[in-house]
Design a protein around this ligand. Structure first.
Ligand SMILES: Nc1ncnc2c1ncn2[C@@H]1O[C@H](COP(=O)(O)OP(=O)(O)OP(=O)(O)O)[C@@H](O)[C@H]1O
Length: 287
């Protein structure tokens, strides 16, 4: 369904972020993209929807060559690719329902959206999605009154209202505590299965990637160094991706205390977990 061939990205600064990326993602597959900080995970996700322009290569979604599109055609193609963000990207002063409805911006146009004139069936679908993500009771709440986990659920419902074929998910759990992180990953997984949606999830937490993805791709310095099933991700391969670390001890600790120790490579930045910052959690996570 999505095919990347020979994708390279050099930033104007000279940084070479991606080198010859070849990747095919079938319909319904959940792919976790792992790798140390600076490996090119965000760049890869953003090349797919052209928020970042690839320097070379081809990116096809179905029959459409995305790298050749511009203007109206690109906007139309982007409807099929919904993004879910680490910091949720909600409009704080709008309600939960209004935030979800903004997922249809690419269909109804700015003015119709600005005047809040959404078709009746769109509003009904937004309500169904809010029920599905467990937030039907909160549709009138302002987004800034929600917890981090609830905010991410709104982000997920908004993405789905876009009727995408592909989810591009950028560190969805980096601002969440371990239990909420698992709930969010489980929800994304279930929704992909229900809707035959493919997803690329950029994630630092290797344990979560193992638990919830069908496939793991490891990036190192802009190149794919592993592409396989979660069960094939051995300590040796983790060392190839991240560098030297005592992976077996970490894995054993993770099995003993699954919610206490996210399996994080020491070379990757460890995001501030709300469990370490109860004040942030109480105010709905970092803004
Ligand atoms: N806008 C930019 N301009 C110049 N260089 C950039 C830009 N964005 C990213 N880079 C460089 O491209 C490389 C890949 O960065 P990218 O953010 O894609 O990595 P990442 O794996 O997502 O990292 P992290 O896990 O820390 O988010 C890095 O060397 C980074 O410095």
């Amino acid at each position: 369904m999505l095919t990347l061939s020979g994708v390279c990205k050099r930033y104007p600064t000279g940084d070479r972020a991606l080198t010859n990326i070849d990747l095919t993602l079938p319909r319904g597959q959940v792919l976790a993209l792992i790798g140390p900080s600076g490996a090119g995970k965000s760049t890869l996700i953003r090349c797919v929807n052209r928020l970042v322009e690839p320097s070379e290569g081809s990116i096809r979604l179905g029959d459409t060559e995305l790298t050749l599109l511009s203007g109206q055609q690109l906007r139309k193609a982007r409807r099929a690719m919904a993004m879910i963000f680490q910091e949720y990207a909600l409009v704080d002063r709008l309600t939960v329902m209004e935030n979800v409805l903004s997922g249809r911006l690419g269909y109804v146009g700015f003015w119709r959206s600005f005047l809040r004139r959404y078709p009746r069936e769109t509003v009904a679908e937004a309500f169904r999605l809010l029920e599905r993500v467990g937030l039907a009771h909160a549709l009138d709440k302002r987004a800034d009154a929600l917890s981090g986990g609830q905010r991410q659920r709104v982000g997920i419902a908004r993405a789905l209202l876009q009727s995408p074929q592909l989810l591009l998910v950028d560190e969805p759990t980096a601002s969440l505590d371990p239990k909420t992180s698992r709930q969010i990953m489980r929800l994304i997984r279930e929704l992909c299965a229900e809707r035959e949606l493919a997803a690329i999830i950029n994630i630092h937490d290797v344990a979560l990637a193992r638990q919830f993805a069908d496939r793991i791709v490891g990036l190192r310095a802009g190149e794919i160094v592993f592409d396989g099933k979660p069960a094939e991700l051995t300590a040796e391969i983790l060392t190839t991706i991240y560098g030297e670390e005592d992976w077996d001890t970490q894995a054993a600790e993770e099995e003993e205390h699954p919610s206490a120790i996210p399996l994080q490579p020491s070379v990757a930045p460890i995001p501030l977990a709300p469990s370490l910052a109860p004040d942030l959690l109480a105010t709905g996570g970092p803004r």
